[in-house]
Structures are given as structure tokens and as C-alpha cells.
Design a protein around this ligand. Structure first.
Ligand SMILES: *Cc1c(COP(=O)(O)O)cnc(C)c1O
Length: 404
């Protein structure tokens, strides 16, 4: 019989289409979708064995499912991590991480420019369980160092940030964490393992919102944490089995198939984003472009080193104007004049999305907080998809060329 097991030492691009749990007896070519809540046992003795040791076989989908395991194995292989554990959303991945590696009395140091729900979860929600978080500058390693206390157990970073594309130096933060007996976790949702593999740069845990680039076609919610066997299999998996933050097999199957085209999508979307960013930089009604792939980005050199020479799929720009009111009107005009781009907060999709962060994702901040974050009323964020660039440029020109 043909040996189905994969040879050693395969490239991540190969693992992205090949790594999965073994085929069933039917020999299906595309990975099977095991949409079942429980598994039938052949007799009492084997049921007893499996209930006592989840690694021996499947019993109930909350404690394990082959489709979910396929997604976990494929993502871990692409990340170059020992293990991955799948969760229902990106936020439940962060919750799982916090509830397993931390305990009451522990302290977190995290970037102040992270995803809004992450700031709320790690900041105010965790405080009720006696876990305190200090938020520091995204780019300043010295500020991270100064915030570390004897009880600091976790450094949590996200790079690049949304929407201003500021980077963290992952290797420097890993060294800092380890010098103080803490763990470094990196939210890699914005970059995917195609741009950067934080575990290879020293991060202990890598968190994903699979809802973004991993699915890539805006269909399902998903999340994951990647890391060592000691943390993921020994600490997180037992908690998961009773906590029920699971990814559904259907969503796992969708994201599993998304991983097969991830490298192609991320490379093509990053190339398009670079061209669009350079083109926007030349437009007289654009005052500033934020994109790590541009030489004008303050951390361009770090980005090229850390992100495999790619700038990523997300860019932002400021429209020209004077004062908050006019800037907001100008930004609204450019966004509302598009007919192709989707006005929606999701990102990492093959369909290009456009947003006005100051009135949506960052709308709850005070004007003062937004100013401090450098997030003005004239700012527009674009997550670049796979449409033809000429059509995207024409879509943006509809508004840019008709500004007063
Ligand atoms: C979307 C997002 C999350 C949250 O993921 P959900 O799947 O929406 O729960 C976390 N971090 C980053 C960077 C994100 O973009």
C-alpha cells in the first residue's frame, strides 16, 4: 500500500497543502469534514480507555475532532511550532492564553496600540481576576523594559499595528521577556506565517485570529494559539477540554482550506498593497501614507528584516485638509465615493475593504486619546485584496480627485 505519511523536512508551502490527519478508509483526496458532535465506541473497554486518555481516540468534539486536529497540525507546521490549539475566535485564543499561563497576582506588559478588544480583555476584564496589565509604546523596547516588575509573567505584542502599521521588534522583546523569566506572546493575525513566524524569532506563543488572513475570504470566525508541547498540549489542552472555547469542525475545515492558498494570497496582496501605497504617496490630496514596505516608513528596515521582505496587506493614509472637521469630511468623501471597495471593518480578505478608523474601530477613544495615538480624522485604512490594481486606483480617485 502507498505510504500516506509525509516525508521529513518539507517546506512550509508544501505543508500548507499537505499536512493533515490521516485519510479515512474511503481515501478522500480533500480533507474530510467530520461534522459530528460525538464518536461511537466499539465496546465498553475501548470507551473506558479513550475517556481516560484523550490521545488514544475521539469521544466527543469538545475534547477533540479530526477536522479540527487537521487545522491545528497544518497551522503548527506552517508556523514551525510544535503544536497549535484551535479556538472559536481570535479573542477566545487570547482568553485561553490568559486563563492558562497566568494566575491571580501576575502582571502583563503589552503594547498600547493593539486590537481594541485585546486591550479591553487584558486591561479591564483581567483586572477582575487580579491580573494587571501595563500598556506601553509599541515601538520603544526601553519602555517595555521599564514596565517589567518582579511578577511580570507575560509580554504581549501585536505587529504591525492596526491601522498605523507600527512594528515591534519580536526578537528584542523575546530576549527581554526571557531575561526576566516571562513569556512572549505575539498576535500574528495581521501578518500570518507567510510574512513572519514569531516562534522562530523567540516568541513562546503565537496567537491568531483565523477570521482574518487564514480564512482570507471573510467566511468564518476562528482562532488559534501555537507554541511548545509543554505549554499548548500540557497546559492549554486540558483546560480547553473542560472550558469549551472550541473551534467548530465546519469552521476548522473552511480555514484549513484557506491555509492552502495563504502564501499565494498574502504575497499577491502585499505586492498590490506596496504598489498602491507608493501610488498614494504621489497623490497631491494625500498628506501621508503608512505602510512598512515604503522606504518612508520609520521602521522600514526592521519590517523588511522581520517580515521576509514584504510590507503586508494593510496600509493607511491621511487625506489632505485643515482641522478635524474638514479632515473628517474629506475622509468620508473618499470612502463614500468608492464603489468597489467594501466599507467594512474586516481585513485580510481577498475583497479590498476600506474604513475610517476614527469613527469606527477607534470611535470610542476620546479625541485626545486619538491625537496621542496619531490617529487623526483624515486617516483611512485599506486592507488590499485581489482585485485588479487599476480598478482599485480608479475607485480611490473617484473621491480623491473630487476633493475641494
Ligand atoms: C480581529 C483580530 C482579533 C480578534 O479576532 P476575532 O476572530 O475577531 O475574535 C485579534 N487580534 C487582531 C490583531 C485582530 O485583527
Amino acid at each position: 500500500m502507498h505510504d500516506q505519511s509525509l516525508p521529513e523536512g518539507l517546506h512550509p508551502d508544501t505543508l500548507a497543502v499537505r499536512q493533515a490527519t490521516a485519510r479515512s478508509a474511503w481515501g478522500e483526496h480533500s480533507e474530510a469534514l467530520y461534522l459530528t458532535s460525538s464518536f461511537v465506541q466499539s465496546d465498553c473497554a475501548s470507551a473506558a480507555e479513550r475517556f481516560a486518555n484523550a490521545e488514544l481516540g475521539y469521544t466527543y468534539t469538545r475534547t477533540g475532532n479530526p477536522t479540527v486536529a487537521s487545522f491545528e497540525q497544518r497551522l503548527a507546521a506552517m508556523e514551525g511550532a510544535q503544536c497549535a490549539i484551535a479556538t472559536s475566535t481570535g479573542m477566545s485564543a487570547i482568553l485561553l492564553l490568559a486563563l492558562t499561563v497566568l494566575k491571580s497576582g501576575d502582571h502583563i506588559v503589552a503594547s498600547q496600540s493593539m486590537f481594541g478588544s485585546t486591550i479591553k480583555l487584558l486591561g479591564s476584564e483581567m483586572a477582575r481576576f487580579g491580573i494587571e496589565t501595563t500598556f506601553v509604546s509599541q515601538t520603544d523596547v526601553a519602555a517595555w523594559q521599564a514596565a517589567i516588575r518582579p511578577n511580570t509573567r507575560l509580554l504581549f505584542a501585536e505587529t504591525p499595528t492596526n491601522p498605523l502599521t507600527d512594528l515591534c521588534d519580536i526578537a528584542a522583546l523575546a530576549d527581554l521577556a526571557h531575561a526576566h523569566g516571562a513569556l512572549l506572546a505575539v498576535d500574528n493575525s495581521f501578518s500570518s506565517p507567510v510574512l513572519q513566524r514569531p516562534a522562530q524569532l523567540g516568541a513562546d506563543l503565537v496567537v491568531y485570529s483565523g477570521t482574518k488572513l487564514l480564512d482570507g475570504q471573510g467566511r468564518v470566525m476562528a482562532g488559534a494559539v501555537c507554541g511548545s508541547r509543554a505549554l499548548v498540549e500540557k497546559v492549554m489542552a486540558p483546560f480547553m477540554r473542560c472550558a469549551g472555547l472550541n473551534l467548530s469542525p465546519f469552521n476548522a475545515w473552511v480555514v484549513l482550506k484557506g491555509l492552502e492558498t495563504l502564501a499565494l494570497r498574502v504575497k499577491a496582496q502585499s505586492a498590490a498593497a506596496l504598489e498602491l501605497a507608493a501610488w498614494l504617496e504621489q497623490h497631491p490630496k494625500v498628506s501621508r501614507v503608512y505602510y512598512p514596505g515604503l522606504a518612508s516608513h520609520p521602521q522600514h528596515e526592521l519590517a523588511m528584516r522581520q517580515q521576509g521582505g514584504l510590507g503586508g496587506t494593510v496600509l493607511a493614509f491621511d487625506v489632505a485638509g485643515q482641522g478635524a472637521e474638514q479632515l473628517r469630511a474629506h475622509a468620508f468623501h473618499v470612502v463614500d465615493s468608492t464603489r468597489l471597495c467594501s466599507i467594512t471593518a474586516n481585513l485580510g480578505d481577498v475583497k479590498t475593504t476600506i474604513t475610517h478608523p476614527a469613527s469606527t474601530s477607534h470611535g470610542r477613544l476620546s479625541e485626545e486619546q486619538r491625537q496621542a495615538a496619531g490617529l487623526g480624522q483624515g486617516l483611512i485604512r485599506i486592507s488590499v485584496g485581489l482585485e485588479h490594481l487599476n480598478d482599485l486606483k480608479a475607485d480611490l480617485l473617484r473621491g480623491l480627485d473630487t476633493l475641494p
